[in-house]
Design a protein around this ligand. Structure first.
Ligand code: PBG
Length: 302
């Protein structure tokens, strides 16, 4: 009895690069690769055979500039991947990350004016990125830049262009966290100067987190997210009790790496550890868990 993780609770993240037949190892991110679209399709075939039907795509572009234009140009890497996935697996539920950090030469999540984020300009560009993903067939666009009003701006842009069925998963409570290290190697998205504390949340501030979740719901988010997951179970629980909306929790790269490296050192049994962690996240109130453990977990899930 009690809470059990199910396959339809799981969202599996992928990092996508251009070209073909590419499978690039990622520094300090055990077992994770950047895949070109052809190999992505192969991998998704395996994923589907394991019974998992939700993926989250991150694009890793070949070129970066000040405006992150590779994120929204025609045939940007995420749009290419979504089109191919939908052609091959129309039933797969595809989420796309909508952010600029992997596409800007400075590595910040928005457009800069001087050394600060220009919020208005940023949400305009995020809306453009989201529209390009929607046109390619994404089921959910997921803005993660932590720009104010990003969900509302995307919603209006989608509505204006007739994409009323495309849903939005907001990275609503995203903390300025130490747990993102391996991810930044994967996406090549570490900031070149400063940090993200101006726009990501202070981990000592639960009120700001709940306010962010409330704002995203008001702006029209279909799913709200708490990120990271494990050190923030209290936020997941409070959000569930307060808003009772579909909640996703992002079991991020650093949380994953701890489990993997510990298992390698013989400190614990990896499967048992993943079971305990994912069960706890679900028990706290998460309806969806975004996790790099998905394929491993699918082997022991009932
Ligand atoms: C930023 C973004 C981050 C992650 C996903 N999108 C974090 C960051 O660099 O601030 C982290 C995911 C992970 O660690 O697994 N757009």
């Amino acid at each position: 009895m009690g809470i059990n993780l199910r396959r339809d609770n799981i969202i599996y993240p992928y990092f996508v690069v251009g070209g073909s037949n590419k499978k690039e190892k990622i520094l300090s991110f055990p077992g994770r690769h950047r895949l070109s679209v052809d190999l992505l399709i192969k991998d998704i075939k395996e994923l589907k055979a394991l019974g998992i039907n939700r993926v989250l795509l991150f694009g890793v572009p070949e070129a970066k500039d000040g405006k992150g234009s590779a994120a929204y140009k025609n045939n940007n890497i995420v749009s290419l991947a979504v089109r191919e996935i939908k052609r091959r697996f129309p039933q797969l539920i595809v989420f796309t990350d909508v952010c600029l950090c992997a596409y800007t030469d400075h590595g910040h999540c928005g457009i800069l004016k001087g050394r600060a984020i220009d919020n208005n300009e940023t949400i305009k560009i995020l809306a453009k990125i989201a529209l390009s993903h929607a046109e390619a067939g994404a089921d959910y666009v997921a803005p993660s830049a932590m720009a104010k009003g990003q969900v509302g701006a995307i919603k209006r842009e989608l509505d204006r262009n007739g994409f009323r069925k495309t849903k939005i998963m907001g990275y609503s409570a995203k903390f300025a966290s130490n747990f993102y290290g391996p991810f930044r190697n994967a996406a090549g998205s570490a900031p070149k100067f400063g940090d993200r504390k101006d726009y990501q949340l202070d981990y000592s501030d639960s009120l700001a987190a709940l306010a962010g979740i409330g704002a995203d719901i008001d702006e029209g988010a279909d799913i709200v997210m708490v990120k990271p997951a494990l050190a923030y179970l209290d936020i997941i629980k409070e959000a569930k009790l307060k808003f009772n909306r579909p909640i996703a929790a992002y079991n991020v790269s650093g949380e994953y790496a701890i489990v993997k490296y510990g298992a390698k050192q013989g400190l614990w049994n990896e499967d048992e550890m993943v079971k305990e962690i994912t069960t706890s996240i679900k028990r706290a109130g998460a309806d969806y868990i975004i996790t790099y453990h998905a394929k491993d977990a699918a082997r022991w899930l009932k």
